[in-house]
Design a protein around this ligand. Sequence first.
Ligand SMILES: C[S@@+](CC[C@H](N)C(=O)[O-])C[C@H]1O[C@@H](n2cnc3c(N)ncnc32)[C@H](O)[C@@H]1O
Ligand code: SF4
Length: 410
Amino acid sequence: MSSTLTDRAWLTDPIECGSAAGFGLYLHVPFCHHRCGYCDFATAAVGEERPEAQGALFDRYLAALVSDLRRQVAAGPAAHAPAGALDADPAWPTVTSVFVGGGTPTLLGGHRLSALLAAVREVLDVAPDAEVTVECNPETASPELFGDLVGAGVDRISMGAQSFAPHVLTTLERGHSPERPLAAVAEARAAGVDAINLDLIYGTPGETTEDWRRTLATVLAAEVDHVSAYALTIHDNTPFGRAVRTGRLPDVDEDVQRERFDLARQLLGAGGFEHYEVSNLARGPARRSRHNLLYWRHGDYLAVGVGAHGHLAGRRWWTTRSTTAYLDVVEAGRSPIAGSEVLTDDERAAERLLLGLRVREGLHPRDVPPLEPLALEDALDARLVETACGRLRCTDDGWFLLDEAVARLR
Ligand SMILES: C[S@@+](CC[C@H](N)C(=O)[O-])C[C@H]1O[C@@H](n2cnc3c(N)ncnc32)[C@H](O)[C@@H]1O
Ligand code: SF4
């Protein structure tokens, strides 16, 4: 590796990481029609509300998002960065990716999302070729929605299909048929959406290998550009967590999940997908998620909305997970930030490795933090990492034992 123990070039003058990775904006929309039993994202179920009450809530939230964004932008980068980390009064970098995530952002409808993106372009310099992604639930999709989104500059849709097996969708408490995501993909394509991702979940209790095989075959036939395939995680604080604790739902089986993961790699790989990150596959480098790559490359991003996390020059911050608290605080002109931390160089080094090694080709030699030669040798000997063209990357086994790989390297 080119770094030495005193060399800070990996932080101050990186080739692909940190500020070289671009600059992102994450906007969180917390509403969902129903809260799926496995989900622990910051969401609030609004399906029981009357349509007028929903509309009023969505208008209120949109106004709060825009005012929170304006307040953060007006305060400047120095307000988020650690003291002394930036020049006296730096300008905001050009935005290279925008991600509107949730929750179910598409519940807001095309007009509100267009107004939100217009406000973003008003206050920040968004690169003409910036990737602009909106997360979309299949049951909220329509040709009109996609038409509005394309008109607002959205070029990427990330849709939660999860599975194409009806009984798995029932277990996951999804509100759509197996066919609906496919129709929505066709609607998005017809409206001119450039890139489409499908989110999948594997290893759900009751899912068989055949269910998963058929799900993957359906994904291949859908001709999408990108797939995010996640092993079902049972979070303690969710209805699924409680159901597992009380024996009403079998726990996930890690061996089965590893098999399902291998099957996804094999079948999607044969169908033209490149497995470029632990949970992500794309039809070639141009179809990778630029916004997520920014996270894995240890980049900087602003965060706006309920339960949103931002990062700038080694300081991380996060906002309240309560929609009510968020609305009240922002409407009173105050900051919704609930906490923050400044990472030491050592913590940033560990994070750089943990995130960077998630990507198939790993880290550019110049972006690798200082490593003790013996620690590197140990991780190489354990076949958790390897070097290729000077880059440090995980082996296939290391990809599954990332924490151990990083622990050995540190
Ligand atoms: C933030 S969610 C929003 C997506 C969108 N609301 C939907 O459900 O269609 C993004 C993705 O995270 C994944 N996800 C959420 N909770 C999960 C869990 N407990 N285990 C595995 N994947 C999960 C799902 O694939 C989901 O589509
Ligand atoms: S719809 Fe998506 S964000 Fe909402 S609860 Fe379900 S998985 Fe979570």
